[in-house]
Design a protein around this ligand. Structure first.
Ligand SMILES: Nc1ncnc2c1ncn2[C@@H]1O[C@H](COP(=O)(O)OP(=O)(O)O)[C@@H](O)[C@H]1O
Ligand SMILES: [Mg+2]
Length: 329
């Protein structure tokens, strides 16, 4: 099946607003195409949100944020498809990752949280708050690089804010101040990061149930201390997560930089360095680069041989024509 110039190769994910497909263009370049659910196509606010997502995303360049190319509308057989064209991340979202893997080790939790925080820092520097941070909106690629996606509910100073109380994020990850209708800010994303880390360690977010019960728990209940769920959790990591999960934003870490410092200290105490992980994956990429370069050289050689053969054949044909039409032959 085709959408505009893109051929759909497979379905890679479905979210609240859209389905995401792996597609390729006429040149065979792969992209992720996010198509608004057809039932939402009559809703101007959903279309506006999709367009807004591109505008916000265009302000953010980070290795830890999925990049969006453009918004497009394509006519299909039945109706119009409202789409975002994004870079394709070959991997799984963190929700699937936790499901497949089970409990994540403290070391990997620290590394993944550090990477998410790097992406968040870029957004927060521009006064953009994600406000729908959850495992399904973080994609982990084949090299273990985490990338934040879906700034569809993000709030940006200078851009009209989405009415969160109406649309809502996902209850399990939504901080108390949003349930309270208070102002959300960078620290709201840090609370959601805390829930994600809790889930990585224990396999489940701390508050579960129907959404009114989840809301009440976010507002009033203290999460079960993470070491009571998984006793092997390093004490300092448990305290870090506890601080991210403070009900009052002023008691949490105040910035992504503060969280990054705490995570780096924790990583050092466990003999790991998130930056080194980054370098390793870069190394894998560099290796891939060499392979790709070789393929390119082969392609070029083939092209040269090919054009030479065509040239040679056409000269032959001309010679033949010349010989056939020669008056003296
Ligand atoms: N660029 C991408 N590359 C690979 N998979 C993606 C990409 N973007 C999204 N996905 C997958 O599709 C799912 C839904 O995408 P998302 O943008 O979160 O849609 P929604 O706004 O409906 O929640 C994600 O949870 C993820 O599994
Ligand atoms: Mg999503």
């Amino acid at each position: 099946m085709k959408i505009g110039p893109y051929t759909i190769l497979k379905d890679i994910g479905t979210g609240t607003f859209a389905t995401v497909y792996l597609v390729e263009d006429r040149q065979g370049v792969k992209y992720a195409l996010k198509r608004l659910h057809p039932m939402l196509k009559g809703s101007p606010s959903s279309i506006k949100m999709l367009q807004r997502e591109v505008r916000i995303n265009k302000k953010l360049f980070s290795r830890h944020i999925v990049q969006i190319q453009e918004y497009q509308e394509y006519k299909t057989d039945e109706d119009i498809a409202h789409c975002l064209i994004m870079e394709y991340i070959d991997g799984v979202d963190l929700g699937q990752y936790i499901k497949q893997k089970g409990k994540v080790s403290p070391e990997e939790t620290i590394i993944l949280a550090w990477q998410i925080c790097q992406g968040l820092m870029k957004a927060h520097e521009k006064n953009i708050f994600h406000l729908d941070l959850k495992p399904q909106n973080v994609i982990v690629d084949k090299n273990g690089i985490a990338k934040i996606t879906d700034f569809g509910l993000a709030m940006a100073i200078g851009l009209s804010a989405v009415n969160l109380s109406k649309i809502g994020g996902t209850p399990a990850y939504t901080p108390p101040e949003i349930w309270n209708g208070q102002v959300a800010d960078n620290r709201s994303d840090l609370y959601s990061l805390g829930i994600i880390m809790y889930e990585m360690i224990t396999e489940s977010p701390p508050f579960q149930g129907i959404s009114t019960s989840v809301m009440r728990q976010h507002l009033d209940a203290k999460p079960i201390f993470i070491r009571d769920v998984r006793t092997s959790t390093p004490h300092k990591l448990a305290l870090l997560i506890d601080k991210l999960l403070e009900k009052k934003p002023e008691y949490r870490f105040q910035s992504t930089q503060e969280v990054l410092i705490a995570l780096e200290e924790l990583a050092a105490s466990r003999g790991i360095n998130p930056n080194e992980i980054k370098d390793q994956s870069l190394h894998v990429k560099a290796k891939l680069g060499v392979k790709q370069q070789l393929t390119k050289v082969y392609q070029e050689i083939l092209l040269i041989i090919g054009t030479n053969i065509i040239f040679w054949l056409s000269t032959l044909a001309l010679r033949e024509e010349e010989i056939l039409n020669h008056p003296h032959l």
